[in-house]
Ligand binder design. Structure first.
Ligand SMILES: Cc1ncc(COP(=O)(O)O)c(C=O)c1O
Length: 389
């Protein structure tokens, strides 16, 4: 059997390796405190699952969906964007349903990247941007996100010869893995940059509902004129604890959304209609569950940050996401510190360099576990005399 060369371009998916290691330990009876994959431990709010149950037996649910998504789902997305961001979207041409936002982000480069083209990709970042640019035959050009620059890319530093070949610019605020946020000025700068250099601006807004201390993340589409150059990806995964349901949306520029919908109509037949109908309930039903979630994560964030800071770290409290981007102590690397945490404290974190070379020197901790477990993890660190020095 001779596989295609492109498969050789794919590094092992970060979380597959990490999950394997965790499973191995659990099989041996080890009590692992898992700060690994960013999968909410909280249940999907019951009114959403009830809706799914109610529609399951209907004839309507059983038939093929449309790959762009049911019009009722797209209308619910438009309503949610209007209420949340005051952004107007046309459900006919400016919204496409996705089988999770990962699916859309992964397919988008196939619509815009020809062999030899460049996509500007933050480093560190959600691995899909880089891998799927490569699979489309393109070249990711990495934009380092550093603490000195508040984990924002320095767009002015992209060389002219790269810009000539560049077709897309990915941004993701609130950010995975750094937990960083951006302000309106940065979004305006990104829109102006995309316009000037004829790029498609791809905003990944998966974490917009996880803002803390009164901070409310913005959509790039709130920037006037952004729609001319931008597509935004959103998802119900984190907002409504629905990671396993696989439903998200691409919104914004109709040409970009249309290109993705055309590609998808040849690859998949859309998401199960019962899931789309339950997602409508999530988007248009009671929203107290979102606030409840937010408060839980804010409290967990405080427990972990206060705990780490009592051990010598000097971490500011991230204003959004459920990720903490933790610098490793002197003399350690991302890999060695991850291993030390696992071996000495049975604590699972993700090595920062798994998100790109600029992630070296960090580990990512996802606070997707109860605050009591987070406190226990701090106790284990103390006992093992692990501190930041
Ligand atoms: C930045 C970012 N974008 C997109 C996704 C994909 O989310 P989903 O496919 O569940 O919508 C994730 C998941 O962790 C993420 O961290």
């Amino acid at each position: 059997m001779k596989k295609a060369k492109r498969l050789e371009l794919i590094p092992p998916y970060l979380f597959v390796k990490i999950e394997e290691k965790k499973e191995e330990l659990i099989k041996k009876g080890v009590d692992v405190i898992d700060f690994g994959i960013g999968d909410p431990d909280l249940p999907t709010p019951p009114h959403i699952s009830q809706k799914m149950r109610a529609v399951l037996d209907s004839k309507e649910a059983a038939n093929y969906p449309t790959s762009r998504g049911e019009l009722v789902f797209r209308r619910a997305v438009a309503q949610w964007y209007r209420q949340r961001f005051k952004v107007e979207l046309n459900p006919q041409g400016e919204i496409c349903c996705l089988i999770g936002s990962k699916e859309g982000l992964a397919h988008l480069p196939l619509c815009f990247i020809d062999p030899g083209d460049v996509a500007l990709v933050p480093d560190p970042s959600y691995p899909v941007y880089k891998i799927c640019t490569t699979l489309a035959g393109g070249e990711p050009y990495l934009l380092p996100l550093t603490a000195e620059n508040n984990f924002l890319p320095e767009l002015g530093k992209v060389p002219a010869n790269i810009l000539k070949r560049a077709k897309m610019l990915f941004i993701n605020y609130p950010n995975n893995p750094t937990g960083a946020v951006c302000d309106k000025a940065f979004l305006e700068q990104a829109v102006a940059f995309a316009k000037k250099h004829d790029l498609l601006l791809v905003s990944d807004l998966a974490y917009s509902e996880m803002g803390y201390d009164g901070y409310r993340p913005m959509s790039v589409l709130e920037v006037p004129e952004a729609k001319a150059v931008s597509i935004e990806f959103h998802s119900l995964s984190k907002t409504y604890n629905m990671t396993g349901w696989r439903i998200g949306m691409a919104v914004g520029n109709s040409e970009a959304v249309g290109a993705l919908a055309t590609l998808k109509s040849n690859l998949d037949s859309g998401q199960f209609k019962a899931i789309q109908l339950a997602a409508i309930e999530a988007l248009t039903g009671p929203q107290q569950c979102v606030e409840d979630n937010r408060q839980i994560f804010e409290e967990r964030r405080n427990v972990l940050i206060d705990g780490l800071n009592s051990l010598g770290w000097k971490l500011p409290k991230p204003k959004a996401t459920f990720y903490l981007w933790v610098p490793v102590p002197k003399g350690e690397t991302s890999a060695s510190f991850t291993e030390k945490l696992l071996d000495q404290c049975q604590i699972m974190a993700v090595p920062g360099n798994g998100y790109g070379p600029a992630g070296e020197g960090y580990v990512r901790m996802a606070i997707t576990l109860p605050k009591e477990r987070i406190a226990e993890a701090i106790g284990r660190l103390k006992k093992a005399k692990i501190s930041f020095s």
